[in-house]
Design a protein around this ligand. Structure first.
Ligand SMILES: Cc1cc2nc3c(=O)[nH]c(=O)nc-3n(C[C@H](O)[C@H](O)[C@H](O)COP(=O)(O)OP(=O)(O)OC[C@H]3O[C@@H](n4cnc5c(N)ncnc54)[C@H](O)[C@@H]3O)c2cc1C
Length: 386
């Protein structure tokens, strides 16, 4: 029997969508070119930050409330733990977009938070040495998510709800018409009523007709080994620091090592630059970490988290951002094909939203609309009027 829905891409967003669709009774076929979780897309590296005070736009906050609820529901359904509450610091000059935006978002939505001056940060979090004019927003609700565990959880839940998940199954094309949709695979064509496209870094090709100028960019996540108690969860929060306009770095406390590196050390501290502009091409080859990239992050850390440099740098793991010109997601019904829903362009900040994106994709596919406000993410917003 033909499926009701085909989900293409079973990474972060597709895994959650497959689960939501199957849970609601749809016959789902899910396809991925690899076997997620994997290291070639946007979800590798062992940890992702989740926070509420959202500098990227106060409009994200209602979705974050919903995402939190759905993360907890999924954890309960699977008997898994993917979220760790650590508290979170957002540091920088008070007028920097990262800090000012987070404070504005917290105020607008009445989120529990504190604004700390530099002395208070140094007193409460002695690992951090902000400059005298710096401030920080502290949010207790922030934490870390384990992306590979989360994707495994959603895929298990989806399979448990009856989804037919197929791996090492790249699709080479898709089409949609009045009667249904079809995707082409190396084994032939699969048809269905509806299609959900979540191709991550491969969206440039698969969603070329949307006219979104997506950029794929390589980012290195750096890992340090430290047994220091001051870097454990409970003493060391997740953090984001805008050090100069346009330069943003972030990091995590000691957490389980990313998959594949556990033999090296069971737990590692992570730091990475969020900003940067290194173009990349989707595919299995990701250029390994260069010595100058290690030097750059060490130089950045030296005045700000000097004690971290007492720890041992272990390795860097590359990963891919797929960014839109305005940094907002591409999420909604395909403007030309009402049977197709799309989720792409998560611009380096999508993971915390995974379960609510899954819900939205299932809503659009099975109910034709969603109660979540997704106007900011309109897939046709970059189309120019002829
Ligand atoms: C270094 C780094 C740090 C980040 N930190 C954070 C953070 O702290 N907090 C946060 O919220 N977000 C963070 N993000 C962003 C977040 O991880 C991404 O937004 C999210 O993983 C994107 O999910 P996706 O489903 O679009 O892509 P993916 O998870 O990569 O999934 C796409 C899937 O599509 C499959 N696919 C592609 N083409 C085809 C095809 N033709 N046929 C079949 N399958 C196909 C791929 O194999 C892949 O499995 C970070 C990202 C990176 C790279």
């Amino acid at each position: 029997m033909a499926p009701d829905v085909i989900v293409v891409g079973l990474g972060s967003m597709g895994a959650a969508a497959a689960y939501q669709l199957a849970k609601r009774g749809a016959r789902v076929v899910g396809l991925d070119r690899y076997r997620p979780p994997h290291r070639y897309g946007s979800h590798g590296g062992g940890s992702r930050i989740i926070r509420m005070a959202y500098a990227e736009g106060a409009g994200y906050v209602p979705l974050l409330h919903r995402a939190h609820k759905l993360w907890r529901e999924a954890e309960r359904a699977a008997g898994a733990k993917v979220l760790t509450r650590t508290g979170g610091l957002i540091l920088g000059r008070p007028e920097s977009p990262t800090v000012a935006g987070a404070i504005e978002s917290a105020a607008r939505h009445g989120l529990a938070h504190e604004v700390l001056d530099a002395d208070e940060v140094r007193r409460r979090f002695p690992m951090f040495t902000p400059g005298d004019g710096d401030v920080a927003l502290y949010e207790e609700a922030a934490g870390a998510i384990r992306p590979e565990v989360a994707i495994g959880m959603f895929l298990d839940l989806a399979a448990g709800a009856g989804a037919d998940l197929r791996y090492d199954a790249p699709i080479t094309g898709w089409r949609a018409g009045n009667d249904g949709v079809a995707v082409t695979t190396t084994d032939g064509e699969i048809t269905a009523e509806r299609l959900v496209l979540c191709p991550g870094a491969w969206a440039g090709d698969m969603l070329a007709d949307l006219g979104v100028p997506l950029k794929v960019q390589r980012r290195i996540q750096h890992y340090w080994e430290s047994g220091a108690d001051e870097m454990r969860v409970g003493r060391f929060p997740v953090w984001i620091w805008e050090s100069a306009r346009g330069v943003v770095a972030y990091g995590m406390p000691r957490l389980s090592s990313p998959p594949g590196w556990e033999d090296l050390a069971p737990e590692l501290v992570k730091v990475a630059f969020h900003t940067g502009d290194e173009p990349d091409e989707p595919g299995e080859i990701l250029m390994p970490t260069l010595p100058e990239e290690v030097r750059a992050i060490q130089e950045w850390l030296e005045p700000r988290l000097p004690r971290l440099l007492h720890a041992t740098w272990m390795f860097g793991q590359p990963c891919r951002y797929t960014t839109t010109p305005d940094g907002h997601f591409v999420l909604g019904r395909h403007p030309d094909h009402e049977r197709v829903a799309v989720a792409a362009g998560f611009s380096g900040h999508g993971f915390k939203f995974v379960p609510v994106v899954g819900e939205i994709l299932a809503d659009l596919t099975l109910a034709g609309g969603t109660a979540n406000d997704i106007r900011l993410f309109r897939p046709d917003r970059f189309r120019t009027v002829a």
